[in-house]
Design a protein around this ligand. Structure first.
Ligand code: PFF
Length: 474
């Protein structure tokens, strides 16, 4: 075991870093629209139940594997299985998945940085025009923004765990909370804000179908950064004094609160722009909401608050999303970086350069797949449509493999590493864990119904995505 491994300096620093990973674009826009479209309060309740009953035990397991081994996914699965090839393979998927998700997430973060700069320099009118998004993502400017994002991530990760990841989270996360609350405060003063809140909160149970339930679990899983090797890697930097279960609860609570509060910002804004909107008609994608609908809403604000203030609100919003994206990106890129440091004996700088070179190349290919280069834009046909390089990464790693990774963690801690070892690790820093109800629940859920549910989701996604059929008739 590596005793010189860097550590988070405090429990708070660790919680902010893990919450920084969890709070991302998914919380700020994905969650509110998903909730509003799919039953409002009814969705919120189902989501909260999933977070507590399914996601929390998986998060605890990831933290425990990381802290016990002081290694990332490959090292953790490898060490704890006696280097069995199957489990080392599982660890390797746990590194490739975040690396590839990091690629498409970087592209979206790059677009956000561009919108942030354009809003700040008074280009709101352009951002709200119908063709701006298509034009911007196919313009050379994105490569400048890409360099900007790469430089920020590089600088943070180069400084390591305490001075980089932890310090950045300690600055960016509180700033994010303040900006979010300020925006909610402002949005609630708009006409029709209450209609948006009602739509968001009043439960509509008739909207709850099997596919909505599936969607709520996928959203929760993604939102908490599970199955990405991130929390396992962050766990490897965790001190043995820290109580894992209580930290995990704080991370889940912070992430869910931010997602819920983001709804109090997004829905009133949408309703104040168009009181007759039917959220079920809103596009599924966070991308079209951030880059198409919201700029129009910001511009419309100029009639009541003036152009300057409208631009300031837009800038604040994009800064908020950008901060959320950066802390998530840092966490996901740390996974392959830690892998190269731990398993390939690279220095942090060498590891970053290598990840930057390969990841940078893939990110450029991804950014070119929106029309700039035909090869990347129209790569293959499956599931009834032509898919770009970006689509393939998204479908394969985010939609398909994420639940599979979660499944592997559950099976591993329950049946390979063994429950009593997991319990022993969770008792470190938590004297009351052994024999508690929490212990019984974590042991039972991880070895029974959670893997079954994750397996069902995985099979259903494969059937739907690649064979256009469905396991459960939805
Ligand atoms: N929890 C993040 C989100 O909701 O956006 C998930 C995530 C995505 C984390 C991408 C890290 C990342 F690079």
């Amino acid at each position: 075991m590596n005793d010189n491994r860097e550590q988070f300096s405090s429990k708070l620093g660790f919680i902010l870093a893990a919450a920084g990973s969890a709070v991302g674009i998914g919380n700020l826009v994905g969650f509110p629209v998903n909730a509003a479209k799919n039953g409002g309060g009814a969705f919120l309740v189902i989501y909260a139940i999933f977070v507590i009953l399914i996601c929390l035990p998986v998060m605890v397991a990831e933290f425990a594997m990381g802290r016990h081994t002081k290694k990332g996914p490959v090292g953790a699965f490898g060490t704890l299985s006696g280097q069995q090839p199957f489990w080392r393979g599982a660890g390797l998927i746990g590194v490739i998945t975040p690396f590839m998700i990091g690629v498409f997430y970087t592209v979206i973060s790059v677009w956000i940085l561009g919108y942030l700069i354009m809003a700040a320099v008074g280009e709101l009118e352009y951002l709200a025009s119908p063709d701006s998004f298509g034009q911007y993502i196919n313009s050379p400017y994105i490569f400048a923004a890409m360099l900007g994002v790469a430089a920020i991530i590089y600088l943070i990760l180069k400084l390591g765990v305490q001075d980089g990841i932890e310090k950045a989270s300690k600055i960016l996360m509180p700033a994010l909370f303040v900006m979010l609350l300020a925006l909610v405060g402002f949005v609630l003063t708009l006409d029709n804000a209450s209609a948006g809140i009602s739509f968001y909160i009043i439960p509509q149970f008739d909207k709850i179908t099997a596919s909505v339930v599936n969607g709520a679990l996928s959203q929760a899983f993604f939102s908490l950064s599970l199955g990405m090797g991130i929390l396992l890697t962050y766990g490897s930097y965790l001190s043995r004094k820290t109580n894992i279960v209580s930290s995990a609860k704080m991370v889940a609570l912070t992430d869910t609160s931010v997602a819920f509060i983001a709804g109090l910002m997004i829905l009133p804004a949408i309703f104040s722009f168009n009181p007759d909107v039917n959220p079920s008609e809103l596009s599924d994608s966070s991308v079209s909401l951030i880059f198409v609908l919201l700029p129009k809403i910001f511009l419309a604000l100029q009639t009541s608050i003036g152009f300057f203030a409208a631009s300031a609100i837009a800038t604040l919003f994009f800064l908020l999303v950008f901060f959320a994206a950066i802390t998530s990106l840092v966490s996901i890129i740390e996974v392959p970086v830690a892998y190269l440091i731990d398993e390939k004996n690279k220095t942090r700088k060498q590891a970053l350069t290598r990840v930057g070179a390969i990841g940078g190349g893939l990110t450029v290919a991804c950014a070119l797949s929106f029309g700039m280069v035909a090869f990347f834009t129209e790569m293959v046909t499956y599931g009834g449509g032509m898919k770009s390089f970006f689509d393939i990464i998204y479908d394969l790693f985010y939609d398909t493999i994420l639940p599979l990774n979660g499944l592997l963690v559950c099976l591993f801690v329950s049946y390979r590493w063994k429950r009593h070892e997991l319990n022993k690790e969770l008792s470190v820093g938590n004297d009351e864990f052994e024999g508690s109800l929490m212990q019984k629940y974590i042991n039972f859920s991880l070895s029974t119904f959670i893997p079954v549910i994750l397996l069902a989701i995985f099979i259903n996604t494969v059937a739907q995505k690649y064979f256009s059929s469905s396991l459960f008739g939805f």
